[in-house]
Design a protein around this ligand. Structure first.
Ligand code: ZN
Length: 142
């Protein structure tokens, strides 16, 4: 197995959705290839950020936390000399993900206050949360 086919399978490898023989080929390759191990570690970071976001109830620190992961990746980048292109792609993917998450949450919380019939029933906490999403998005857009 070469690096290309290994990289193509890493995501499936992480989710455990691979046939036994392919999984073994990947593990054999990972045992001898530092680059692919690093790609695997980056994928694990991304997966953990995404699953963490899925479990989150509010996101006032979303941008901050994603940015800190990006900085972590950039640091890894410098330390290990991993492919700069892969790092840039990953950074772009994380930024896109953050913007999308902020927008979706903004739209979701916006829809809570839009219907006139419900507008007087909105607890202060929700109005406050809505503000924090907007601030978070603006902060990120700068
Ligand atoms: Zn490799």
């Amino acid at each position: 197995m070469n690096c290309n086919s290994c990289n193509n399978q890493l995501e499936h490898y992480l989710t455990g959705k691979l046939d036994e023989d392919i999984r073994l080929q990947i593990e054999e390759h990972l045992a001898i290839c530092k680059d692919c191990i690093e790609s695997l570690n980056l994928l694990k970071i991304v997966e953990s950020v995404i699953s963490e976001e899925k479990n989150m109830e509010s996101n006032p620190f979303l941008s901050t936390r994603v940015m800190s992961v990006i900085e972590q990746i950039e640091q890894t980048d410098k330390d290990s000399g991993i492919s700069a292109i892969f790092g840039k792609l990953l950074k772009r993917a994380l930024i896109t993900f953050t913007l999308a998450a902020s927008l979706i949450l903004g739209i979701a919380s916006g829809s809570l206050i839009r219907p006139v019939d419900y507008s007087e029933q909105i607890p202060e906490e929700i109005a406050y949360l809505n503000d924090s999403y907007i601030e978070s998005l603006e902060f990120f857009a700068e």
